[in-house]
Design a protein around this ligand. Structure first.
Ligand code: RIB
Ligand code: CA
Length: 312
């Protein structure tokens, strides 16, 4: 029985690969909906980019809903400096013909969780947690019905990629993240601590290009554009493939390893705003609310991505 998931996303090239990976795996994942949120680029673009991905994957029946266009409290910050003006620079994709789904993504998330059996829906946030935090605030009862949240965000041993201490998804909406991490829903976190070990090396990108299909060529173009920022900034051999770690964990959990710990979000100090304080050594009495991943089998991860994208 395929696992029911909702992908909440701010495409973004790495989000795009995560969406393609999920849509290429219908025997494993039943994507109930894709919900767009403002993040890497503003909401109108993350919505269109989500539609571009369902069309590129040949899965236009998967509904895309537009969500929150700004964080719960703080002003929106975006990341065109990484993803380009469109959010999907690097591939020339046609404007989508598929209409966006009716209604607000937050309402759709609440409705889908209520309409499916308790514990059967997994939320997969790949961007700022605004839609999820808003849904939990508006309908707290969904916390008891959700199976799990598997998200990309945060960083502790790696520090931050937006401030010295904060990763982009959490920094954009720390209040929403605070609601999510206090919700009691089982959470698995793919933070920079693990995604910085999932680097797109030249040999991986060459394998993807050699697949030669329109999807693989588009994915290769997206990733070769996207990786330049992190390579220049960190001097890495390749760019970290953040968001696909979430979907890969659902498909092959054995690729990852981590620990159940307390994770608390900084929402007071401007100096450390949006920091994910990961109590890896159990120094506090705070509840162990999240599985914090730190290790990944990077070659196995990329084998999975190439194998699945080749199906589309
Ligand atoms: O910090 C990396 C995260 O922020 C990724 O999800 C990327 O797509 C951006 O949303
Ligand atoms: Ca993202």
């Amino acid at each position: 029985m395929a696992r029911k998931i909702i992908i909440d996303t701010d495409p973004g090239q790495d989000d795009a690969i995560a969406i393609l990976l999920a849509l290429a795996s219908p025997e494993d994942l039943d994507v109930l909906a894709i919900t767009a949120v403002a993040g890497n680029v503003p909401l109108p673009l993350t919505t269109v980019n989500s539609l571009k991905m369902v069309e590129l994957a040949g899965r236009p029946e998967v509904p895309v809903y537009a969500g929150c266009d700004r964080p719960m409290v703080r002003p929106l910050i975006t990341a065109e400096y990484v993803h380009g003006k469109t959010g999907l620079d690097g591939a020339d994709l046609p404007e989508p013909v598929t209409p966006v789904g009716s209604g607000h993504a937050v309402d759709r998330i609440i409705e889908l969780v209520a309409a499916n059996p308790p514990g059967s829906v997994t939320l997969c946030p790949l961007g700022p947690l605004t839609n999820i935090g808003t849904a939990l605030q508006r309908a707290p009862e969904i916390a008891g019905r959700l199976g799990e949240i598997v998200l990309m965000g945060g960083g502790f041993f790696e520090g931050g990629n937006t401030t010295a201490t904060a990763e982009f998804n959490i920094y954009v909406d720390p209040q929403a993240a605070d609601i999510v991490f206090r919700s009691g829903v089982p959470i698995t976190v793919m933070s920079l601590d693990v995604t910085h070990r999932a680097l797109m090396l030249p040999r991986h990108l060459d394998r993807l290009k050699a697949v030669g299909t329109p999807v693989a060529i588009a994915a290769h173009g997206l990733l070769t554009f996207y990786e330049r920022y992190d390579i220049e900034k960190y001097g890495m051999e390749g760019g970290p493939l953040h968001d696909p770690c979430v979907i890969a964990h659902l498909l092959r959990p054995g690729l990852f390893d981590g620990r159940l710990i307390n994770v608390t979000i900084e929402v007071e100090s401007e100096l450390t705003m949006g920091m994910t304080v990961a109590d890896w050594w159990g120094m506090s009495a705070r509840p162990r609310n999240a599985r914090w991943m730190r290790r990944v089998d990077a070659d196995g991860f990329f084998d999975l991505i190439v194998e699945r994208l080749a199906r589309l």
